[in-house]
Design a protein around this ligand. Sequence first.
Ligand SMILES: *Cc1c(COP(=O)(O)O)cnc(C)c1O
Length: 431
Amino acid sequence: MSTQKFATNALHAGHDTNNTQGTRAIPIYQSTSYVFNNTEHAANLFSLAELGFIYTRLNNPTNEALQNRLAALEGGVGAVVFASGTSAISTGLMTLLRAGDHIVASSSLYGGTYTLLSVTLPRLGITTTFVDASNPENFKKAVQENTRAFFVESLGNPKLDVLDLKAISKEAKAAQVPFIVDNTVASPALLNPIEHGANLVIHSLTKYINGNGTALGGAIIDAGTFDWTNGKFPEFTEPSAGYHGLVYSEALGAAAFTFKLILEGLRDFGGALSPFNAFQILQGLETLPIRIKQHSENALALAKWLEGRDEVAWVNYPGLESSKYYDLAQQYLPNGQSGLVTFGIKGGFESAKKVTDATKIFSLLANIGDSKSLIIHPASTTHQQLDDAAQEASGVTKDLIRLSVGLEDIEDLKTDLEQAFATIDTSVLVE
Ligand SMILES: *Cc1c(COP(=O)(O)O)cnc(C)c1O
């Protein structure tokens, strides 16, 4: 594993220029397939007697560079990239679980993940108990005999709850199940869940890691620390019918899950990342350390400014002293709390719609983590499919506006919000 520091790894890990004809940038290997030397070589590749490239659904040199870089940045033994963050999550869970299995998850999750767990996976026999993750004891209470994973977000989107990852990881260890942490909002530049006991880390690369709003992508980073031989995961310890009798835990040791994700997850579900997108994401990743610092600074400054505004009912940013997550944020995110800020606008649903319609620099759209500032009203958009109780549990109130604070000059961002606030009905301000 690399001993270099984060910012150096963000620029160099996973790329040996000797393997790319000296190119300083990582090339886009836009090829679906790779020529085998002969049939014996091909047979060796398929049987894993030799490692090499077969077909871009399984592996690709550009994607592999991104995988190795992400593994270095999160401190894992391996990583696999996917067509989107959602593909990473669904393929990861489908590779890990079978019908009859059960997940314990935080109720504060990205909307798409929440519906995957609450609606789609139950259709396939995989159920989830959602818990209030602010109390790690709740995970223990929800464990069943068939529980096979804990799933949380290190910094919940959009509730912005900071979790006590160490305490939850202890409960996962006691239950002998992998602790899966979606680290998208924090990014590896601010938080490394593996240091706090996570076994698998998930990213939507679409967000801060790419940072330019130009490419979808996702990843799973495997810490290599989970004991698949504990009796709960026979698919790792018995000959795999899906891969000519391979016993993953014996043949691949700490990298068992990484390989299962490639050999079965990508093979069967097909969510491969386009090498062109991998290239775009690599460009973004190079500047992640400096971008996330500025996102965090701008977000904190704007959150403080919002706290002083008459139009604003409440402000939620884990870096604010008024936040109930402030202490956990100082512990887990001491170098910045990333770029998302949520706040309640006086006048509720109607005012929230007016403000999100009126901003000029903040773009109204369903993404986060772009260098450009973004705004959304989750109750009418991203979390619209959730019923009132589920909206409440995921922290989405009717008056909530989510900002993804970009890298623009902070004074321009304040001016933009100020003119948008001027559109709301002033009678709501006297409340
Ligand atoms: C966006 C997001 C996802 C889904 O990623 P896509 O790349 O949009 O599929 C998952 N988790 C979190 C926390 C996200 O913000």
